[in-house]
Design a binder for this molecule. Sequence first.
Ligand code: SF4
Ligand code: SF4
Length: 295
Amino acid sequence: MHLCRENSQKHPVTKTRIAVTGGKGGTGKSMLSTALAVELAKRHSVLLADVDVDCPDDHLILSIEREKIKDVEQDLPVIDREKCIKCGKCADACRENAIIFSKETGPRFIEDQCTGCTACMIACPVDAIGRKKRISGRIYRGKGNGVELLSAEIEPGQKEGSPIVNSAKETLSGMKNKWEIEIMDTAAGTHCTVISAVRDCSAAFVVGEATPLGAHDLELILELLSVLGVPAYIVMNKAGTGDDSLIEDIAKKRGLEIVARIPYSREIAEAYSQGRPVEHPEIEKIAEIARKMIK
Ligand code: SF4
Ligand code: SF4
């Protein structure tokens, strides 16, 4: 499995950092993250980091008014035409196809495609590519329901979420406050933004739905966690509404446990739609497992 450039960087690990993730969008990650954070906060200091950067919504569920604490900036290439010898090496180095090159006109940058990886600057033999800054995301902070929240949001139109997640983690590392447990609410999928969020976690609760697509995506995220060496605990959401054996078979094949089965219920749906953290005995079971991880 390929790990992108952003994920070759290291960040300090806090005392106990766990992830709530899932291969597919809409499986209930935010529901579980917020419910788990509130349950744990009854006995512990808890930081919930909403690093689902495309659509962070934990603050809405927890009715937290967010305050912006930081802009995340990205380097964009700026070409010095006087120095450029039109060799094309910058275009060859760009994996995002963000540089169009011709011998006649030289390189042209497509800003919307650029992730700010700086490969073109490194590749240029005559140092003809300088940098300018642009805002690629924002970090917010807030507090409610006994939970401290850090919320990371990508700027509309930006492609690469990993730098925003990494910036959120750096912000956490630089904070004087420390918490007994940090929960990372990740994006869905297995892309670099998710890898950035889970790679230094001591465990991950993986939310899955018992549908063919849900099972397929669950397999992918479990494989990713296995490659990263992050222990996984499966949480079945909307249990009993699909073919539960789809998830049970995956758990059995991988020797993993389904630690909770959250049913589909009117109370849960109402709490979620009204912006209230969900309370349920299955959430308490998950919290008990997380408590045992606190060092
Ligand atoms: S910074 Fe990276 S993505 Fe942007 S143009 Fe250069 S090589 Fe391409
Ligand atoms: S690598 Fe540098 S010199 Fe070569 S085309 Fe790109 S900007 Fe010009």
